[in-house]
Design a protein around this ligand. Structure first.
Ligand code: SF4
Length: 463
């Protein structure tokens, strides 16, 4: 058979699918000067091929099929597998409909098609519910699937073949950029585990399947295979909680060093799953960047959404150690929790500046289908266009803030974080204490200007 794997490129703004928001995806449509720059930078640094489609490619190759990829072109084939998302479901279904008109059977995989099959049903021969591999093995064996197809999770992740990248990624060039944790181009995602053992009620990463890990040897074998076939790469571990098991990560780092693998890598984790010794080991094994959720500064707010707060002192200590080790840090924040007020959101923005991660991402709380939060918030959800559940658009009636206010606070967060002199010195890793004093006073001046402008905009909005 000829298998077409489709990761449809996402139109305007910066679109991420695959493992972002658990597979629902996100779309940053710039809404300010700062977010325009961020969207452009993300296009360069963050565009990556789909690891889920690379697993599909591996299963197809193992079964002896030909594999081709499409990002929106119509291609002849026997079966097409489409990576679904919420934020781009119309383009995905349009493509699928056109492919079916050419006689190709089309199936959708991913959390969006699983939880909102009605969005995809008219354009699909089959929709996979669950992690796709079990169902895809049946497709590759020649079974003509149809309708909703249950796909039980595979407990032994080591039993899967390594992702096959050739049809999806080719041999992409990469350019190292000074001070950036990730090169432009050339990064590949790896999944060392799936799902997450935590219980944050807003999180779509943990709702498709249970938490499972691959063995250290199996991960090392994949890294060795990539090293042998493609040379040293920048690996992006897309596990939602990479360093959950400290001993396992230490063993992985030992293995990377003893095998002489010279990849660099980055990961996403919780700060309470890191300590100094672990960071040093990860750095010497190639860690160059790390992302983590802070979400909000208020412990009460975090507890209300099932997130275990992490002591501020620990957060600051880990960030200081990362700075000293030259590890780029990206902190994630969410504004618009139901208990948030203008003051609490401003406190979170203050904290983001003070914590001083290298970069920060702010999103508006989004009640994703299938999460406990979605069920709780259902009566307050007013947005009917699922494509607007993109992480940056208010989709519900907030008890204390209008949608415009939430959007304005989101814009303020980006402006206040990025438009200040200390962002630049932090990014450039300038650590001279004398310079810091000057930068701090310049920061205060910029802060005062932001505050004046915000007050003016808020006053105009109430007139
Ligand atoms: S720790 Fe992160 S990935 Fe895990 S449930 Fe919470 S938000 Fe999701």
């Amino acid at each position: 058979m000829r298998i077409v794997l489709a990761d449809i490129s996402g139109g305007d703004g910066f679109v991420s699918k695959d493992t972002v928001a658990g597979g629902y995806g996100s779309r940053l449509r710039p809404f300010s000067r700062v977010t325009r720059v961020i969207a452009a930078l993300k296009r360069g640094f963050h565009a990556m091929p789909s690891v889920h489609l690379a697993y599909a490619a591996a299963l197809a190759r193992r079964a002896g099929h030909e594999v081709v990829a499409s990002s929106g072109e119509l291609i002849d084939g026997d079966v097409a597998i489409v990576l679904s998302s919420l934020v781009d479901h119309r383009r995905e279904t349009q493509w699928a409909t056109a492919m079916r008109a050419r006689g190709v059977r089309v199936g959708f995989i991913g959390l969006a098609a699983q939880n909102l099959p009605e969005l995809f049903a008219d354009a699909a021969d089959f929709i996979v519910r669950g992690e796709p591999e079990s169902a895809l093995m049946r497709v590759m064996a020649g079974e003509p699937l149809s309708g909703l197809v249950a796909s039980p999770q595979i407990d032994d992740l080591d039993a899967l073949p390594f992702p096959f990248w050739e049809p999806l990624a080719g041999n992409r060039r990469r350019w190292r950029v000074p001070f950036a944790g990730r090169p432009v181009g050339g990064s590949l995602p790896v999944l060392a585990s799936r799902s997450c053992p935590e219980f944050c009620t807003y999180c779509p990463h943990r709702i498709q399947s249970g938490y499972r890990t691959r063995s250290v040897v199996n991960i090392l074998d994949e890294l060795s295979y990539l090293h042998d076939t493609r040379g040293p790469l920048h690996i992006v571990f897309r596990d939602p909680l990479f360093s959950n098991d400290r001993d396992r990560v230490l063993a992985l780092c030992d293995g990377i060093r003893s095998r002489g693998l010279t990849h660099t890598f980055e990961c996403e984790t919780r700060l309470d799953r890191l300590d100094e010794e672990l960071l040093v080991a990860m750095r010497s094994a190639g860690l160059r960047a790390m992302s983590f959720g802070v979400e909000a500064v208020s412990e009460a707010t975090l507890k209300k959404v099932g997130r275990r707060p992490i002591p501020e002192a620990h957060q600051r200590a880990i960030l200081a150690r990362c700075r000293a080790l030259g590890i780029v840090t990206a902190a994630f924040y969410v504004i618009g929790f139901m208990s948030d007020t203008r003051e609490s959101i401003n406190a979170t923005i203050d904290y983001s500046v003070e914590l001083g991660s290298t970069v920060a991402q702010f999103k508006v709380l989004t009640p994703y289908p299938g999460t406990p939060l979605f069920t709780q918030m259902k009566p307050a959800i007013v947005e009917r266009d699922w494509e607007r559940f993109d992480g940056f658009t208010p989709t519900f009636t907030h008890p204390a803030l209008t949608a415009d206010e939430l959007r304005r606070l989101l814009g303020n967060a980006y402006t206040r974080f990025y438009i200040r002199p200390s962002f630049l010195t932090n990014y450039l890793r300038i650590s001279r204490p004398a310079l810091h004093r000057v930068v701090r006073s310049l920061d205060q001046r910029v802060e005062r200007r932001h505050a004046r402008r915000e007050a003016l905009v808020a006053r105009e909005a109430t007139w």
